[in-house]
Design a protein around this ligand. Structure first.
Ligand SMILES: [Zn+2]
Length: 286
């Protein structure tokens, strides 16, 4: 799932490549992906892309002075920029991975696509980004908070640190992948309770969060400029590396289920050498 760094890279690319161009046609191929009906998609034609930004993991494409295309890419969604489209024919609804196509006046444009059968990409055409429920509920951006606000917000929601870090109402932008990385850098158990963290541990966690997210933004933006083939993550330490050696200590990276996903961690670096119990599994055995 694209997180803060990947969405930031997409916004940066759009600012560089697409801002200043007018929309020639806004085509909707997946009617379930577009969550709004007023303003109508036809209202977008003729509007100039005036900016691109991000609210947590939501991409915000500014259209003229009055509209925003807000996109949540969900698990398998992506934005593919095309210098040119092979065909001028409008998209056929309901077939293939393309949900929405935006054609610009220079012949270029972008497709919002979603792989797989579980369709959860969500796009909204709104006059104000806060009309999107997921946006209005967001906490401050992870990269916009200082150490004190970070500590305050983390302590304000007692729970397992993995869950609190990825709670978009606490901090916007951190997801499953980079929270694994942050906790590994901070050498902290994902199941540690935020209410029990010392000031020093919170400060360490804040530094780890800043380092992991800014580093990932730099890498993602660089990659995006070089090639726009799809989402690629390099340099991950533990996330999606189950069974591989920890780059820090050589122990084997392990996996445990968390909510409806799984998380990866290093027992030696993070949990005093003890593997975390898979709670769902132990419930089944009992
Ligand atoms: Zn390790």
């Amino acid at each position: 799932m694209p997180e803060l760094p990947e969405v930031e890279a997409l916004a940066a690319y759009l600012r560089e490549r697409a801002v200043g161009h007018a929309v020639q046609r806004f085509e909707v191929a997946s009617f379930s992906a577009l969550k709004t009906y007023d303003p109508a998609p036809s209202a977008v034609a003729g509007l100039t892309l005036t900016g691109a930004g991000r609210h947590g993991k939501f991409l915000d494409v500014h259209l003229g002075d009055e509209l925003h295309l807000i996109v949540h890419l969900a698990r398998a969604g992506w934005l593919h920029y095309r210098d040119a489209f092979k065909s001028a024919a409008p998209l056929k609804p309901g077939s293939g991975p393309i949900a929405i196509r935006v054609r610009l006046d220079d012949g270029s444009g972008f497709d919002l696509t979603e792989a797989g059968t579980q369709k959860s990409l969500a796009a909204y055409l709104v006059r104000d980004p806060n009309e999107v429920p997921g946006v209005s509920r967001l906490g401050p951006d992870a990269l916009a908070v200082g150490p004190e606000e970070f500590a305050e917000r983390l302590r304000g929601r007692n729970g397992q640190v993995k869950g609190v870090l990825t709670d978009q109402e606490v901090l916007a932008g951190i997801g499953n992948a980079y929270s694994d990385e942050i906790l590994h850098v901070a050498k902290m158990s994902p199941f540690a309770l935020t209410g029990k963290l010392t000031d020093e541990q919170i400060a360490t966690l804040y530094e780890a969060m800043r380092a992991v997210e800014t580093d990932a933004v730099t890498r993602s933006v660089g990659q995006r400029a070089a090639e726009l083939k799809g989402e690629k993550r390099a340099g991950l330490r533990v996330h999606a590396r189950t069974g591989l050696p920890c780059p820090e200590c050589g122990d084997t990276v392990r996996e445990v289920s968390f909510a409806d996903k799984s998380l990866q961690y290093c027992p030696t670096c993070q949990t005093g050498g003890k593997p975390l119990a898979d709670r769902r599994l132990s419930k089944l055995i009992r």
